[in-house]
Design a protein around this ligand. Structure first.
Ligand code: PLP
Length: 364
């Protein structure tokens, strides 16, 4: 698998490094008695005659989250009501009968939207092995959109974004990267050649399993207007509290990612030597690990129900470690092994996580 860059990310145009931007971007101006934090602005409408006018078109709390995420990704961000709302807004931009190339192991909700659009004759979808540059390049011929997810959920495949973006652009396609698993601290798709970055901000960005939120980040001002126009029209806007929670989460993103990634690397090292585990998938960065069990799906279900620290739950990217057998969902791709358990490694003490996992792996 191609190696991805890992922290530290170089300083941005403001000369500041990502950890500093995570803490300082999107703050109110420093005037006497101004709050340090952007307040929750609960507003469905505004006094007429200004730039925003109505609560569906903008909100100062969303803006603070967008400025902070935009500064980390190196573009301009737009918050959405969920990751899937952001996916829907982007797929809605594909012209009728347009071709979308996407990973066969994209997040199952993204595959669900593509399948639904295809069934209704809206788009044509070509599913590919996103690690196979030649296959993706061939599939991009006459495509409107190359959808990349890297690492993929839950197979943890890693795409060569610069090579794929160059191939897609040569074919005239727009390139989207779902950066949910890597976060802007470990992978910056706009610098690698992508046109659009997408996040389920529900995951690492918000980081506390308490808010559903999505985001799109772009550099091109015209594309920004187009995506914002879509958000305005579809009404796929975030809740103010959710944007505020995600902004608060972003302030510690670098600390959480650093700790969770270190925990994940250590658990991978130990899991690779455990006899109950037949395969460990880990791309070498990030905090998501997938394991397959020698005992098959029953052993995987038993594991998920036998832990006391690790929470049996879907979703990922929170401070608390979670796990689930992905094929328990009927909508998960049939090529994902039945015994695959996705681990979202949190920020707890790694020895406590290991003790709990080993006890559950050995449960009968
Ligand atoms: N993209 C990825 C990689 C995901 O894992 C998810 C959700 O799990 C989504 C998008 C959808 O995001 P949301 O659940 O915020 O709608």
């Amino acid at each position: 698998m191609p190696e991805q860059p890992s922290s530290p990310v170089p300083a941005g145009s403001d000369g500041l490094r990502p950890a500093t931007r995570a803490v300082h971007a999107g703050r109110p101006a420093r005037t006497p008695d101004a709050p340090l934090n952007t307040p929750l602005t609960m507003a469905a409408t505004y006094v007429g005659g200004g730039d925003v006018e109505y609560g569906r078109y903008g909100n100062p709390t969303w803006l603070a989250f967008e400025e902070t995420l935009g500064s980390l990704e190196g573009g301009r961000a737009l918050a959405f009501s969920s990751g899937l709302a952001a996916v829907a807004a982007l797929l809605d931009l594909v012209a009728p009968d347009g071709v979308v190339v996407a990973p066969q192991h994209s997040y199952q909700g993204t595959l669900g939207q593509l399948g639904d659009l295809e069934l209704r004759g809206r788009v044509r979808t070509r599913l590919v092995d996103i690690e196979d540059v030649d296959a993706v390049t061939a599939a991009c011929e006459d495509a409107a959109l190359l959808w990349i997810e890297s690492p993929t959920n839950p197979a943890l495949e890693v795409a060569d974004i610069p090579a794929l973006a160059a191939a897609a652009h040569a074919a005239g396609a727009t390139v989207v990267v779902d950066n949910t698993f890597a976060t802007p601290l470990l992978q910056q798709p706009l610098d690698l050649g992508a046109d659009v970055v997408l996040h389920s901000a529900t995951k690492f960005l918000a980081g506390h399993s308490d808010a559903l939120l999505g985001a799109v980040v772009v550099r091109d001002p015209q594309l920004y207007d187009v995506v914002k126009g879509r958000r305005d029209l579809l009404g796929a806007v975030p809740g103010t509290l959710e944007a505020w929670l995600a902004l608060r989460g972003l302030r510690t993103l670098h600390l959480r990612v650093e700790r969770a990634q270190a925990n994940a690397a250590e658990l991978v090292r130990r899991l690779e030597a455990h006899p109950a585990v037949s395969r460990v998938r880990y791309p070498g960065f990030g905090a998501i690990v997938a394991i397959e069990l020698t005992g098959g799906p029953l052993a995987a279900d038993l594991l998920c129900r036998s832990t006391s620290l690790w929470v049996f739950a879907t979703s990922l990217g929170g401070v608390e470690s979670t796990l689930e057998r992905r094929r328990r969902w009927k909508t998960e791709a049939a090529t994902i092994p039945e015994s695959l358990v996705r681990l979202s490694v949190g920020v707890e003490d790694v020895d406590d996580l290991w003790d709990d996992l080993v006890a559950a792996l050995e449960a009968r």
